[in-house]
Design a binder for this molecule. Structure first.
Ligand code: UDP
Ligand code: MG
Length: 313
């Protein structure tokens, strides 16, 4: 029996990257070639308004391994990567930014981890070069906040630079939720995920395409998609203030019994606190129902199969 050679797909989302696309392609193509697997490089042009598409046309013309899907407008990085997954044919898919911050030279290490049995090999940033203190600090805090809130272990200091096996990609294809936070989805899926440490470089050229607005949106997608804590927070607040108002009531009754004088408006304050608590508790309960609806709406698979033994009908 002739073993069929496995193949690789490299997915590169691009948005206004005319300054980097040429060099970036050269470096990525050289690395892909050197590994010896058949491969394709998929560019998703996320509605660029500069000459990115012109550059991509020229590259694709001379390189049959290059495929390009161009969006009608900017849909955002996470959807661009998703579109890449939709057309990728490889047995392993590698997601990488175009700006060479994630060095393509790390790809063979991801592939090695995959050959050794990893379903997901994710790049873990050991160090980030050339990024502002503010960006590094906010990223540091956010990753830790998200991890503490999320019910699934989302790896720290990890972006979307990763390799996923075909079966993981197929699971992604079944998850069509609109507000996508790919690294959270990946954590939710489970599978055998292995970190590969690397140093994140400076952007090769141009400026970040993740504006503050886009970054905040992604941060919110991470929290709202993978944590129900904001929804249930109200119940916690409600229960705490209910206890407080209960203690207040007892204190006031004791004062009455001991004939200690106190202003009558304290009754009103305690009553208000009690009513407020009820509002919070009911708000929190609504949150629980909303969370259940939200789960149904996301329409994620009920479970994901890692392996089946003797289960065929
Ligand atoms: N990108 C995209 N659509 C967007 C924003 C970014 O496809 O709306 C691409 C961008 O071209 C790059 C990758 O996503 O290849 C990561 O963006 P960037 O490097 O600007 O983000 P940063 O590394 O600064 O967080
Ligand atoms: Mg970048």
């Amino acid at each position: 029996m002739v073993a069929v050679m496995k193949s690789l797909s490299l997915i590169v989302p691009v948005f206004n990257e005319q300054e980097v696309i040429g060099v970036s392609f050269e470096r990525m193509d050289a690395v892909m070639k050197q590994m010896g697997y058949p491969y394709e490089i998929i560019y998703i042009n996320d509605g660029s308004r500069d000459n990115t598409m012109k550059e991509l046309r020229a590259i694709a013309k001379n390189n049959p391994q290059v495929k390009v899907r161009s969006f009608s407008r900017n849909f955002g990085h996470q959807l661009a990567v998703t579109a890449g997954m939709d057309i990728a044919k490889g047995d392993a898919l590698i997601i990488i930014d175009a700006d060479l911050q994630d060095p393509p030279e790390v790809i063979p290490e991801l592939v090695k981890a995959w050959e050794d049995g990893a379903d997901i090999a994710y790049g873990k940033r050991q160090k980030r070069q050339g990024e502002t203190f503010l960006k590094k600090f906010t990223a540091f805090c956010y990753y830790r906040l998200l991890r503490s809130m999320s019910a699934y272990p989302i790896p720290l200091d990890t972006g979307d630079f990763r390799l996923i096996d075909r079966k993981v990609a197929d699971t992604f294809l079944r998850m069509r939720e609109h507000n996508r936070f790919l690294r959270g989805m990946s954590a939710w899926m489970g599978y055998n995920a292995v970190p590969v440490e690397y140093v994140r470089h400076e952007r090769y050229a141009g400026k970040t395409k993740y504006t503050l607005k886009k970054m905040l949106r992604l941060a919110m997608d991470g929290i709202t998609g993978f944590s129900d804590k904001p929804l249930t927070l109200a119940t916690g607040v409600g229960v705490a203030s209910l206890m407080l108002s209960g203690m207040g009531l007892i204190a006031l009754i004791v004062l009455c019994c001991c004939s200690v004088a106190f202003p009558a408006w304290l009754w009103a304050v305690d009553g208000l606190l009690f009513m407020q608590s009820l509002t919070f508790i009911f708000l929190g309960m609504q949150g629980v129902y909303m969370n259940r609806m939200y789960d149904e709406l996301k329409g994620r698979p009920l479970y994901i199969i890692g392996e089946d033994i003797n289960t065929e009908a």
